[in-house]
Design a protein around this ligand. Structure first.
Ligand code: HEM
Length: 392
């Protein structure tokens, strides 16, 4: 009760929002899809809203301009994250990059990630290890397949990547009426990726010295560039062929980006906490307030995206913006933004898993797939996708 009156007293100039009940605040309003509820509330109250989750005051930003203001202009004030009790209960939370305070050790570890672990050069060099892991995963899936027949991707998901892959490759692409034509593309991807993954390139490419790392790197990079060029070229041809751009295309890269726009695996990013009072849009975000960023809502905002609910990978090809690192104007932020942006982005961007062949279980057709979402810190499919892996 003291907290309730204390909070009411402190409400001065907070961003607007729905009325909060004593003790529970707005928790009863969130429902099973908070990202979607918060998006609707933003339509009523504006792009910066205040709520109370129990005794915690939370501000939610739902427009690119507010995200830019908070995570770029005021990035010092929002450098830290509140640690939820459920996370704090786990061992060594302070040692994880995601939840540690933005102090000098965090900065060093973040820098090591960017320069040593996820740099393009390092990712190129370690590609063969990732291939090995994929092979192990495939092996596991085959064993599963021989015993259980159907593999539940939902259960296997290591939250972000596999969800994303399952959303992109299975759900949206399979709905494409021209999906049959993907066979040719798959052969092509397979060939190029195999080239890129050859460990001992000297056997494969005469003239390349065994330990000529420079050459290996060059080749690997060239392979990726070639892959993307070929995708882009195929899509352009298709665009020319069919003046109307409805339906999906077969570009892996654009399909991944489009999937991330419509189904961002971390819909509210990870929470931030205000280190001091911050003025935004004429309101005050008080020190200690939690900040959520609704990336899900921003990706579906008709002000920034034409026909936002349609799955149209072509939109990324038509745009001149370089989306590989998010966007300058903050309308595309599936990896977050600002100083705590996801350091795994370069790895996620190139994890095109190409070794899988899948079938839907009998009686299931692409059009019947349920694309509804289930909320969690990572967004899952409400009905997990079941598929049968075969012939690798
Ligand atoms: C599709 C794949 C992925 C998506 C969509 C994704 C998304 C995100 C998002 C939204 C955040 C929070 C950013 C913010 O609060 O502004 C984040 C943080 C983080 N991600 Fe990722 N991520 C992906 C893959 C990866 C991978 C592959 C790694 C590492 C191997 C990784 C490591 C991290 C770490 C360490 C943080 C915390 C950064 C910090 O707070 O300093 N992520 N990610």
């Amino acid at each position: 009760i003291i907290r309730f009156f204390h909070n009411r007293h402190n409400n001065n100039n907070q961003p607007p929002g729905p009325t909060a009940l004593p003790i529970i605040g707005n928790l009863h309003q969130l429902g099973s899809k908070p990202h979607s509820t918060l998006s609707s509330l933003a339509q009523t109250h504006g792009p910066l809203i205040s709520l109370r989750f129990g005794s915690v005051t939370v501000v939610v930003a739902s427009s690119p301009a507010t995200v830019k203001l908070l995570l770029q202009k005021n990035d010092q004030s929002f450098a830290n994250r509140p640690i939820p009790d459920s996370v704090a209960a786990q061992p060594n939370v302070q040692d994880t990059l995601a939840w540690s305070p933005a102090d000098v050790p965090w900065r060093n570890r973040h820098r090591i990630c960017t320069t040593q672990i996820f740099s393009n050069q390092r990712l190129d060099l370690l590609q063969h290890l990732r291939h090995q892991k994929v092979q192990q995963l495939l092996h596991h899936l085959h064993k599963e397949a021989s015993t259980k027949t159907v593999v539940n991707i939902g259960e296997l998901a290591f939250a972000t990547m596999l969800n994303l892959v399952s959303n992109t490759v299975f759900s949206e692409d399979m709905v494409d009426p021209e999906f049959e034509t993907a066979g040719e593309l798959k052969d092509l991807v397979w060939r190029i990726m195999e080239d890129a993954g050859k460990v001992n390139l000297s056997d494969y490419f005469p003239g390349l010295k065994r330990f000529d790392l420079q050459g290996v790197r060059k080749h690997v990079r060239v392979s990726y560039v070639r892959l993307h060029e070929i995708f882009d070229d195929m899509i352009r041809k298709r665009i020319r062929k069919r003046e109307s751009l409805s339906g999906s295309t077969m570009s892996t890269r654009s399909s991944f980006r489009e999937t991330l726009r419509l189904h961002p695996p971390v819909p509210l990013l990870l929470p931030y906490i205000a280190g001091n009072d911050v003025e935004a849009n004429g309101y005050t975000i008080h020190k200690g307030t939690q900040l959520l960023i609704n990336a899900w809502s921003i990706g579906r905002n008709p002000e920034f995206w034409d026909d936002p609910l349609l799955f149209q990978p072509e939109r990324f090809l038509r745009s001149n913006i370089d989306y590989s690192k998010g966007s300058r104007d903050f309308e595309y932020i599936p990896f977050g933004a600002g100083r705590r942006i996801c350091p795994g982005l370069p790895l996620a961007n190139r994890m095109i898993i190409h070794s899988f062949e899948w079938e839907l279980p009998e009686g299931v057709t692409p059009h019947k797939l349920d694309m509804n979402e289930q909320y969690g810190i990572t967004l899952n499919k409400l009905v997990p996708l079941s598929v049968i892996p075969f012939s690798v």
